[in-house]
Write a protein that binds this ligand. Structure first.
Ligand code: NAD
Length: 420
């Protein structure tokens, strides 16, 4: 949850967030210092044979931030802009995300500096397999479990699972999550982020006296997380989806859009834009629209000091990572807008990844209804934990979520004591 302007070093932000919460809850000395340092980092430079016969050297990182609460967990990102500090920050945020939903994991993240849009599938497979071999010594079902992130997907995870299994001499499905169903993936994983977001939105609405049934919802970013959150709020909670957008623009319909039809239109035409019967609106208008719930589900840093004052939603449910900059948080709080922070609102994805891993290591797979009801239990409990702290400490829900998460990690560290 890179809750920062892009010019700021994200790891500096991540450390400042620890300091703010440590001051608030009285974590000092060694524990505070440990919370501001990644436990283990591995940088690898490795060759890949490209399709034209040339050899290119790539750089990859894997950072395991904190393992006090269990094996570490976090995605692998392929992007030209990957830096070690970005991976460190993302690994710290994964630590807090796993802790806020109380799953028995620490946080990690990986990244390879590459431009996947300009690489063939064969080149990506070679890069993935070599990177997986280079980090194989520090990953594993009991150590660190990667998952997909930006420009990596279930195929990438299948290659990592295969590479790791070949080295071991037997199949190890629990080494990664986000795998295809036929290789030990979990039912419900694909929709887990949007579903989790819909559950916490429902709970917050109850507490805030906002009616979801018949209430209005605007979604910025009608992709995996956003469209699924919209469909679940519409199908299961009776919400009216009045606006949706993607990178090409937005659509608005006062008496509500059917998100299933919008999705079909997007699949057919590549965008929500031009949906029959809807009015064209800009992405800014979607954010600033009068709606009960706003779901930013696209990019970082879209709610800023500049537009925070214009946000009219009663609840902002952050399906995206880092959509709100820190300066906007206090403005929204003053306006009494409830912000469900990314580390809570989009933690459904990592929660079902945890379920996937639990199923893999048991070799026993659950039906969809079991996955969803367990997810619902985790999300409702996590929301309640955060809401309680927000009320007790009179802080906004983002600070409360950090308090819950960092306290849990610090408690685990204290109980374990210091080795040797
Ligand atoms: P996605 O690619 O499926 O969807 C992103 C959507 O945002 C697309 O519809 C895209 O057109 C739209 N978009 C891009 N630029 C935009 C812009 N300038 N204005 C408006 N819309 C724009 O991605 P996703 O998996 O749904 O991820 C979305 C966000 O949710 C990211 O921040 C991601 O980190 C976060 N997230 C996703 C998951 C998950 O399991 N999918 C888990 C945790 C967090």
């Amino acid at each position: 949850m890179p809750n920062t302007e892009s010019s700021i070093n994200p790891f500096e932000t991540a450390k400042q967030q620890v300091d703010i919460v440590a001051d608030l809850i009285g974590i000092d000395g060694g524990v505070r210092e440990i919370l501001k340092h990644p436990k283990r980092e591995l940088t690898v430079n490795f060759p890949v044979k490209m399709d034209d016969g040339s050899v290119k050297v790539f750089t990859g990182h894997r950072v395991q931030y904190n393992m006090a609460r269990g094996p570490t967990k976090g995605g692998i990102r392929y992007h030209p802009g990957v830096t070690l500090d970005e991976v460190r920050a993302l690994a710290a945020w994964m630590t807090w995300k796993c802790a806020v939903v109380n799953i028995p994991y620490g946080g990690a993240k990986g990244g390879v500096v590459c431009d996947p849009k300009h690489m063939s599938k064969t080149e990506l497979e070679h890069l993935t397999r070599r990177y997986a071999s280079e980090i194989a010594g520090i990953i594993g079902p009991e150590i660190d479990i990667p998952a997909p992130d930006v420009y990596t997907d279930s195929q990438t995870m299948a290659w990592i699972m295969d590479t790791y299994s070949m080295q071991k001499g037997y199949s190890v499905p629990g080494v990664v999550t986000g795998k295809p169903l036929s290789l030990g993936g979990s039912e419900g994983r694909n929709e887990a982020t949007g579903r989790g977001c819909a559950y916490v939105t429902r709970e917050a609405a109850k507490d805030a006296g906002v009616r979801i049934k018949g209430g209005t919802v605007a979604v910025q970013g009608f992709g995996n997380a956003g469209s699924i959150a919209a469909k679940i709020l519409y199908d299961e909670q009776g919400a009216k989806i009045i606006a949706a957008s993607d990178s090409r623009g937005g659509i608005y319909k006062a008496d509500g859009l059917n998100p299933h039809s919008v999705e079909e239109h997007k699949i057919k035409t590549g965008s929500v834009v031009g949906f029959p019967g809807a009015k064209a609106v800009s992405n800014e208008e979607v954010l600033e629209m009068k709606a009960d719930v706003l779901i930013p589900a696209a990019l970082e840093n879209v709610i800023t000091a500049k537009n925070a004052d214009k946000i009219q939603a009663k609840i902002v449910s952050e399906a995206a990572n880092g959509p709100t900059v820190p300066a906007a948080d206090s403005v929204l709080h003053q306006k009494k807008i409830i912000v469900l922070p990314d580390i809570l609102a989009n933690a459904g994805g990592v929660t079902v990844s945890y379920f996937e891993w639990a199923q893999d290591i048991q070799g026993y797979y659950w039906p969809l209804n079991e996955v969803n009801s367990r997810l619902e239990r985790v999300m409702v409990q996590s929301y309640n934990d955060v809401h309680k702290v927000a009320q007790e400490r009179k802080v906004h829900h983002r600070t409360a979520a950090y308090v819950v998460a960092i306290q849990r990690v610090a408690d685990a560290m204290r109980l374990r004591g210091m080795y040797p």
